[in-house]
Design a protein around this ligand. Structure first.
Ligand code: MN
Length: 261
């Protein structure tokens, strides 16, 4: 190997260029860039690997009582989805309290406790009875919401992205492999603020199950490994202010805690 060839190969290896994927599923050389943009990863429990996050999908109004408190009729509405940017992820390790910044522009900042399914496989038009085969694991997360901005934009029939898809709006715990936890179709989900119970429900009260969510999403979007799905929140969402501590729980997962700063 001549000297020039050696350096080209070393550069590829040391920058990890061969794994850069502009198009999912197609490994290609990463172009030279003027600065680095970090990828987003979530630790995987019991593994030295990290889960790479491709897209964050969220389902709206997936518990009947929450749909009613948001002013809609859950019996007549098909599921709808929105996205958060990948870098909205704020990873919080079990047994720690994440420092979560109160965001700008809002005076009504809400918690939403949610089960999160993470995908290890993708596809289009996935039937419900095959959908859980795509699930790599589960975790729990907060779909933090600037409720006043969400409502203001919704009332004007404008996109309510500014209410949902802002920096650090997705606190999340580590990924637990489905082989270790099984699928989450029932079990208690609760959220406390400063030790006082605010949300309390059962995962079996979801209007659309995780399998149905994956099937529905895959009709609208081609799904890929690394996609994650926030599966909706139960009733009794509400506000937090600086100094509050949120603790959330799902049976079978370690609790997730953040301090609003
Ligand atoms: Mn939500």
């Amino acid at each position: 190997m001549d000297r020039r060839h050696f350096f080209q190969n070393s550069a590829l290896v040391t920058t990890g260029a061969l794994v850069g994927c502009a198009t999912p599923g197609m490994a290609q050389q990463q172009p030279k860039t003027p600065f680095a943009v970090p990828a987003v990863y979530i630790p995987i429990v019991g593994s030295d690997e990290m889960f790479p996050v491709r897209r964050i999908y969220c389902i709206g109004r997936n518990y009947a009582a929450h749909a009613r408190e948001m002013g809609s009729d859950p019996t007549r509405e098909p599921p709808f989805f929105f996205q958060k940017p990948t870098d909205a992820i704020q990873y919080v390790a079990a047994g720690t309290v994440g420092q979560h910044p109160y965001p700008p522009l809002t005076k009504n900042y809400h918690y939403e406790a949610e089960l999160v399914a993470v995908l290890g496989q993708g596809g289009r038009n996935i039937p419900v009875n095959k959908a859980l085969d795509l699930v790599y694991g589960y975790t729990l997360g907060l779909d933090m919401t600037r409720r006043d901005l969400q409502r203001f934009m919704g009332d004007q029939k404008k996109p309510w992205e500014i209410g949902k898809s802002f920096d650090k709006s997705a606190p999340i715990g580590a990924v637990h492999k489905v082989a270790q936890t099984g699928h989450f179709t029932q079990g208690e989900i609760w959220l406390k603020v400063n030790g006082q119970t605010k949300q309390k429900a059962n995962l079996n009260q979801m209007i659309w199950s995780v399998a149905e969510q994956i099937a529905q999403l895959s009709e609208a979007f081609e799904l890929f490994p690394g996609d994650i799905i926030y599966s909706g929140t139960p009733e009794n969402v509400g506000p937090v202010v600086r100094g509050d501590v949120i603790e959330m729980h799902i049976d079978g997962l370690p609790n997730l805690s953040v301090n609003i700063v």
